[in-house]
Design a protein around this ligand. Sequence first.
Ligand code: SIN
Length: 278
Amino acid sequence: MNKINIQPVPGNVGVEIQGVDLTKKVPESLFEEIREAFIENGLIFFRNQNLTPEDQIRFAEQWGKININRFFAKVEGYDQIAEVRKEPDQKGNIGGEWHTDHSYDQIPALGSILLAKEIPSKGGDTLFASMYKAYENLSDGMKVTLENLNAIHSSRHIFGDGSVYSKSSKGRIVNSELATQDAIHPVIITHPESKKKALYVNRAFTLRFEGWTDEESKPLLNYLYDHAACENNTTRFKWSPGSIAFWDNRCTWHNALNDYHGERRLMHRITIEGSALV
Ligand code: SIN
C-alpha cells in the first residue's frame, strides 16, 4: 500500500508532503492521509508539482466546491483559478499583509491552494502563522475575555472603491463595486473538523469587536496581531516553480512578502468553499 511521507518544515506551522503525484487523481487511501495531515496542521506543502490548470482544479475538487473569487483576475479560460501576479513594473503585491482569505464572508472559505508558476530570482517568500498556537499561547484570562467576543470583518476597505488595491492593482484586483461584504464571526472559533480552538481575527479584514468602537478595539486587536505573528508561531516558505501551499483559512494566516521589485511573480490560486463558523 502507498504511504505518503510527512515532514515537518522549519518553524512551528505546516508540514511538507512527499510521495504523491498531484498530476493524477489522488487515490482515496492517500487522499485520506493528506486530509488528516491538513486538518491536523492547517498547512501542507508539496514540491515539484507541475500541475496544469486541469490538474489543480481536479485536486481542489477532491476537497469541496470551488469558490470563484469575485475580486482576483482569473487565469484565461479558467474562472476557477485566481491569478496572484506582480509584474516587474508594479510596486504593490497581492496578499502583502497578515490575513486569512474571505473572513469578510458570512461563510468563509475552507482553504486555498496556491501553485507557484513563476518565481523571482530572490525574495517573494510567504509567511504563515498558526491560529491554533496563537490561541493556545494566550493566558487563561485572555482566553475567557475573548470567548465572549465577536468581531466584524469587511472586504470594503481592501477591495472596494478608494481602497489600497483599487489604486495600486488595476487589472489584477477587479469588481470593486462588489466589495459589499461585512461579516460577524466569533473571535475564538472551534474548527469545524479538528474541533480545536483557534483565534479568528486578522489584520487585513477585521475592523473591530462587535459592540466596541474602532478606538477601543485597536489596542487589543494590535496586541493579538503581534502575539499571533511572533516568530515561534510562524514559518517562512521559499517557493520554487511547482511548489504548492495549501492552507486552512480557519486556523492559519499568511502574508506574501513584497521584496522582489523589478521581477515577476505569478501564482495560481484556487479557493475552496467552507462552512459557517461557531
Ligand atoms: C494570497 O494572499 O493569496 C497570496 C499569497 C502569496 O502570493 O504568497
